[in-house]
Each structure stands twice: as C-alpha cells, then as structure tokens.
Design a protein around this ligand. Structure first.
Ligand code: RFL
Length: 390
C-alpha cells in the first residue's frame, strides 16, 4: 500500500522540519520520512550561528520559543595573525545585525516537538531509495521491508548526499560543484568558551577557529589535510596545536576539556539549478551545499524552507502557483551571494599549500586583505552585511 500525503517531505533536518511546520500551521497534510531515529536526529550537533533572517523566520512562524529562551546573542568576531588581533563588532557595522547562537540539535528537537503538536506525520528509520520527481513517488526501506509513498508535491530536504538530489534529471539541471581542497577537523569540546568572540586564527600551520556553542560546550576547528584520520588527533595533540595556532603565548590560554566529537569536514560547495523538477522541489543542503567557512548552511536551509512553505501554501490554499514557479529564481541569487561570501572567507582563512610555487605572493596578498579588513570601514561594512545576512 502506498502512503499518501499532500506534501511528502524527505528528511527531518532544519529544512524539512521548518517546511513541515509552516505547512501544518496552514492545515496542509504533510508526511516526513526520515532515515535516522528520533534520538539520532536530535543528537546531531552541527550548526550554531543563526543570522537575523533565521531568527525572524523562526519567531514569525511560532518556532522561536527555545531560541528566545536559550539562544545567546553574539555580535563580535576576532581575527588573530602574525600581526596581532583585531575585533569586529558587526552589530555596529553594515546593517547592524547580530547572530543568535542556538545549537542545531536543540533547534531540531524543538521543531520535531512542534511539528508533531501541529498534527504532522513523521516516520523515523525510513530510508528513501528511489525517487520519481514526475509523479512525486518515492520507494523506501523500513525495518527490513520496503514501501512506497506519494505526494501531490514532493520536497527533498535529505541533505547533500540524499536520494532526491540524485534523481534530478541530468539533462535538465546544471550542477555546480567545487571542492575547495581544504578540510577542517571539526571538534566539540566539553569546555566553556575560551574567548568572548568567535575567533579566526590565521597561521602558517593552518587555520584554527573558536566558536561558542553553550556555557559548557565549545566548537573548535583545525585545518587538516583532506584525507586526515580524525583518530590521529588525540585530545593532547588537539589542545597543543590549537594553542600554537591560536597563539596562546601572546593571548592567554584556552579553557581545555575533553573533546567529545571530532570529524573531518571537507570544504565543498555545490548548487543545483533549477531546484525544482516536475512535482519535486529541493531545499536546504539537498539544493545547495555550502562550506561551513561562513556558517551559512542552516541559515540558507531556513530561508529556502520559508520561501517554499509560503509558495506551497499559495498553491494549495489559493490555487496560485506563481510563487512556486518562481521558487528557484527567488532562492538562487541569495544562495550565490552566500556562496560568494563563503568562498571569500575560505581565501581569507587558508594559506597556500606548502608546495605552492606562488606561496610567498599568496601569503602577502592574504595579509594585505586582513589589513584592509582591520583598517577599512567600507571593508568592515561589507563583511558585516554578508557575515550575518543572506
Ligand atoms: P540535514 O541537516 O543534513 O538534514 C537532512 C536529513 O535528511 C535525512 N536523510 C534521509 N532521510 C530519508 N531517506 C534518505 N535517503 C535520507 N538521506 C538523508 C538525514 O538523516 C537528515 O536528518 O539538511 P538540512 O535540513 O538541509 O540542513 C542543513 C544544515 O544541517 C547544514 O547546512 C548546517 O549544519 C551547516 N553548518 C552550519 N550552518 C549554519 O548556518 N551555521 C553554522 O554555524 C554551521 N556550522 C555546519 C556547521 C555544518 C557542519 N558540518 C558537520 C558539515 C558546522 C559543521 C561542523
């Protein structure tokens, strides 16, 4: 028997859950199919920095209670290099926007509870294996068996390696992809933040980053070779290398604690254009993966979920498909602005490879770019506008 829904959504990450909540708010019938268990999905620690538009999306659609209660205001970042340290208080620059730090796993937990409260259907441990965008039908595996589900509309929110993106017909879509050739060892330490601001450290050994997550947990990043084994980095080595790259001799020690998560994340970007085909639409990482260098991925996912949620509501409650037809046209320019900024951040934070014949020149240019960011108000306004906005 085929499960049917007006809107069938694959994936219960930020994109699928915000979309499901918006549609349920308008009484639209939805079914979400999710590969993981509820416990797994609610424990997946990833993003934390939500920009002003994301806070607005959540608040305006009645999804912001946790964010308002536990989110932390962040409006300053710092850059460390051989030339010392400078801070940018970005709430006083550009459009005056700030971040709210709220761990993605908390957001996902809130969104699941609210979605179920709104009467949404959600099936965990269901892996979608086949996708037909023309009919809005998917095939899936569940507890050793198989099944099918069909939606009047089908939305792929199953991340960058999901089944829906692969089902977009190759001849009708352009896939833009870039491997930036850089990887980060993404770490979560059970330790309070070491500094009041997000800190980007630029060093000949490679980039290091510090980002608050909560009073008890802090995210750090260390640039590593793309094929690095995270197990090659025991806690001691991590803290020693963070100390070198963060120049703790000059700026004071880090607040150390056990490293509770370590994984290598390759900095990659890819964009599917258009983001829709037949009855199927893609949102979030499924449509546009962005490298984490500027902390944009979850923010783009929320932006797309809102645009699509409002467009599907128009189509289903007012028989008006104009916004739905314009979905890719509406989202893609914003996605590319974020990709451009993220790419700019990558070039700012990472130096040339040791074997690069132009290494000295590249290092000098990067240093000049950092000086410009330190000294030029126009450059700082550009940074602030792009860092928080979409
Ligand atoms: P998600 O969160 O990957 O959710 C996709 C869901 O789909 C399920 N799924 C399937 N379900 C059924 N059948 C299948 N075949 C399926 N295949 C997959 C998965 O189990 C999953 O539950 O995608 P979504 O919703 O598009 O959300 C995207 C964000 O998660 C992502 O962009 C951000 O986490 C990126 N990101 C950050 N973004 C920010 O805006 N700010 C940040 O500070 C930030 N920090 C980060 C990040 C990503 C990171 N990593 C690990 C890549 C830090 C890191 C380290």
């Amino acid at each position: 028997m085929t499960d049917r829904a007006t809107v069938l959504i694959v994936g219960a990450g930020p994109a699928g859950l915000v979309l499901g909540n918006l549609l349920r708010d308008k009484g639209i019938d939805t079914l979400i199919l999710e590969r993981g268990s509820r416990a797994q999905v609610q424990a997946r620690a990833r993003a934390g920095f939500l920009g002003a538009n994301s806070a607005r999306v959540l608040t305006e659609h009645g999804l912001g209670a946790g964010l308002a209660r536990d989110g932390q205001f962040h409006d300053t970042c710092a850059f460390r290099s051989e030339d010392g340290q400078f801070e940018l208080k970005y709430s006083a620059l550009g459009r005056g926007e700030a971040h709210t730090v709220y761990p993605q796993q908390n957001l996902v937990t809130d969104l699941i509870a609210e979605y179920l409260d709104r009467g949404g259907r959600l099936r965990f441990d269901v892996t979608v294996t086949d996708v037909d965008p023309g009919t809005g039908t998917v095939g899936f595996r569940h507890q050793g068996g198989t099944g099918t589900a069909q939606g009047q509309f089908l939305v792929g929110c199953d991340g960058s390696n999901g089944a829906t993106r692969t089902a977009m017909p190759a001849a009708l879509v352009t896939r833009y992809a870039r491997d930036h050739g850089v990887a980060w060892l993404a770490l979560l330490a059970e330790a309070p933040p070491s500094m009041p601001a997000v800190t980007y450290a630029i060093h000949d050994n490679g980039f290091a980053g510090h980002m608050a997550r909560s009073a008890e947990v802090t995210r750090y990043y260390l640039q590593v070779p793309p094929d690095e084994d995270p197990e090659a980095w025991p806690d001691e080595r991590i803290w020693a290398e963070l100390g070198v790259r963060m120049r703790t001799e000059a700026f004071g020690p880090l607040r150390e604690g056990p490293v509770i998560d370590r994984r290598v994340v390759r900095l990659r970007s890819n964009v599917v254009d258009p983001m829709q085909h037949g009855r199927m639409f893609l949102a979030g990482d499924a449509a546009s993966l962005i490298s984490p260098s500027a902390a944009k991925g979850a923010n783009l996912a929320l932006m797309q979920a809102e645009v699509l949620g409002l467009a599907l509501t128009d189509a289903l409650t007012r028989d008006d498909e104009r916004a739905l037809h314009a979905y890719s046209r509406t989202c893609l320019p914003r996605i590319w602005r974020a990709q451009e900024f993220s790419h700019w951040m990558i070039t700012l934070l990472h130096g040339p490879d040791a074997g690069d014949p132009d290494r000295d020149f590249e290092r000098a240019v990067r240093r000049a770019r950092l000086h410009s960011l330190r000294d030029s108000r126009a450059h700082q306004d550009f940074f602030a506008e792009n860092y928080v906005g979409i």
